[in-house]
Design a protein around this ligand. Structure first.
Ligand code: NAG
Ligand code: NAG
Ligand code: NAG
Length: 329
């Protein structure tokens, strides 16, 4: 006969409460974008770059006509113009910023990326942000971001107040900043630099890119990166077409590149459903300010953008696929 003292009951209750059920939860395919799918699933934004970059974001029709966006059955490419001189009175060099029509909350994003924009003056980002906003309400999750000749990817969060990250977390990355509140530190956010080789820029591209995986749940947001030639890419990540098999995120994936947890930041008031965004801006608040010390001179960031179209030949995104999974009910 089973007899339990009060201590055992307490232990049982506590362990039941703290079993991390989401760790073993499986996620089912929800959406997949490949090649021309991007044309129907994303909006080509045309507003002034909010980060003050020297770019002219063009609409989808213009982007397709000028080949700044290109899609076939297998691949989707978007880029900055690398042919024209930009007059000083123009808004900036033609470039592209796209936002998904749909938004996702808890989800697994698997990006198979062949190439990211690289070079002096560039500031590319693959990120998600609240559909409801207004920013920073509902949060921002930066998955791939960097500037100029950087070689290490920076993943970060930007939020409303009262959201910080503990210094010690289970990831391989290096903590750069820990206050996610967009209103402090000039909107630096809380960032983690990848320590995996070839996570950004020319190193990433010369290596054929790789897989960037984001798992967002009420337990954490974690990012994994497997370079193209990594020996340990999980099969469910490597496969390019989604079959109908569900995926258990994190299962035998090893320690993430970066992870963000909710011990000092309540998840619900800070995050809601996010749209997915890819953009490429030039100069502006980050790339422009970092340009003088980035080994990109002589000359200014603006001069490079205006007068040296050839500098932007490698300023393009080449996406093999983006697969999205959501928790199975
Ligand atoms: C448009 O871009 C694609 C991808 O870079 C390239 O294969 C194609 O040749 C380009 N088309 C033209 C007309 O330049
Ligand atoms: C860190 O995460 C890895 C991979 O999920 C896991 O194997 C390991 O036990 C974790 N370490 C700690 C200290 O939690
Ligand atoms: C700040 O967040 C903590 C949890 O991380 C919560 O207990 C506290 O009430 C929050 N404070 C405010 C002012 O929202």
């Amino acid at each position: 006969m089973l007899s339990l003292d009060i201590f055992s009951i307490l232990t049982l209750l506590l362990s039941a409460k703290f079993v991390p059920t989401a760790l073993s939860q499986s996620y089912a395919p929800n959406a997949q974008f490949k090649g021309k799918d991007f044309l129907g699933a994303f909006n080509w934004e045309t507003f002034d770059d909010p980060t003050h970059g020297r770019v002219n974001f063009v609409n989808q029709g213009t982007a397709l006509n000028t080949n700044l966006s290109y899609a076939d059955d297998d691949v989707f490419i978007m880029r900055a113009d690398y042919h024209q001189i930009v007059p000083s009175y123009a808004r900036g060099r033609d470039s592209v910023r796209i936002t998904s029509h749909d938004a996702w909350d808890e989800s697994l994003l698997i990006l198979d990326l062949a190439h990211m924009p690289e070079g002096c003056a560039t500031w590319p980002a693959y990120w998600t942000a609240s559909k409801n906003g207004p920013w920073p309400h509902g949060g921002e999750v930066d998955i791939i971001e960097g500037v100029n000749l950087n070689s290490n990817n920076l993943a970060s969060l930007h939020t409303t107040p009262n959201c910080t990250m503990p210094q010690a977390r289970n990831h391989t990355g290096q903590v750069i900043s820990s206050n996610c509140d967009a209103a402090v530190n000039y909107n630096q956010g809380c960032g983690v630099a990848s320590t995996t080789p070839n996570s950004y820029g020319s190193g990433f591209n010369n290596n054929g890119g790789g897989w960037i995986v984001t798992w967002r749940s009420s337990n954490a947001i974690s990012h994994w990166f497997w370079p193209r030639n990594a020996p340990n890419v999980p099969n469910e990540i490597r496969q390019s077409e989604s079959d109908c098999d569900p995926i258990t995120p994190g299962d035998n994936w090893g320690t993430p590149d970066s992870t963000f947890v909710w011990s000092q930041c309540d998840y619900n008031p800070h995050f809601d459903p996010h749209q997915i965004i890819f953009d490429l801006t030039l100069c502006g608040d980050w790339a422009g300010n970092a340009f003088p010390t980035a080994g990109c001179g002589p000359g200014t960031c603006q001069d490079l953008v205006n007068n040296h179209p050839e500098a932007f030949q490698n300023a393009f995104w080449e996406i093999n696929s983006l697969r999205i999974y959501t928790p199975q009910s």
